[in-house]
Design a protein around this ligand. Sequence first.
Ligand code: RIB
Ligand code: CA
Length: 311
Amino acid sequence: MRKRQIIIDCDPGLDDAVALLAAFAASDMLDLVGITTVAGNVRAELTQRNARIIRELAGRGREIPVCAGAPAPLLRDAVTAEAFHGSTGLGNIAFPRPRVRASRAHAVNFLIRTLRAGKGFPLTLVMTGPMTNLALALSMAPDITEGLEEIVVMGGADSEGGNITPYAEFNVFADPHAAAAVFRCGVAMRVLNLDVTHQIRTSDDQIARVRALGSKQAVAAADLLAASNRLEESAKGREAPLHDPSTILCLLRPDLFEGRQATVRVVTEEGERFGQTVPDYREDGHVLWYNQADADAVFSEMLGQIARYGE
Ligand code: RIB
Ligand code: CA
């Protein structure tokens, strides 16, 4: 079976980092052709540095380009999420300094070049941060939609309500105008929004099972998950949801997730609902809005992927 070619656009970020580790591990099913980074959880120079750290931790430093992208949202003032990711973006965990540089290509140009080349074999774009890079690429080269099989996004919320305001989820809130452009572009989408990611939280016992796998990648994944839980518990009093890893896990095991077709509007007018996602549930909608997951099976799948580092 042909591997699914993917690009991950991210803002590492503790959970982005775990998502990257899962994606690198699943190399028999996912052909990760590149990583693009964006300002979000922390500022852009840190998100690209963090992506390079995880790339080298996975031993893929020489193969997979990391292209730094937009340092700021399209229109709104920049917001970050250090409270949930620490000042470094990786929970202030001491990782070795990355040695392999980022690509000289800007993320937006990488997306345009790679998606135009992908018109014969369309790619999947996984987005786990603010959607600024793709929005800019769509504005510069609308034809790139022909090179996209689907877009898998971590973002938004409906019945669950927001996590950065009562109405808005962080990735959309950080750049609502970009999110609106992406939801409007017409490419098939699957959305891991808070309605489903809030069902998938990792307990300390589950983190101990990750750590017990023993490889340096598994220990790092456990450290990232534990840091995420510590920061989430201090801010919200609960274990951290597996937001970004859910995008990779739904690619590997779509049977573990359920949702409804919809079209999605984003509130871009300033005010209390700024950045809110408003799904219109309809059979002919191009967006699969997930709302259910088998949380235990999702964790087991992630554990199984991380376990492959020790093979
Ligand atoms: O709301 C959760 C999302 O915002 C995750 O992608 C997390 O990494 C932050 O970017
Ligand atoms: Ca993220």
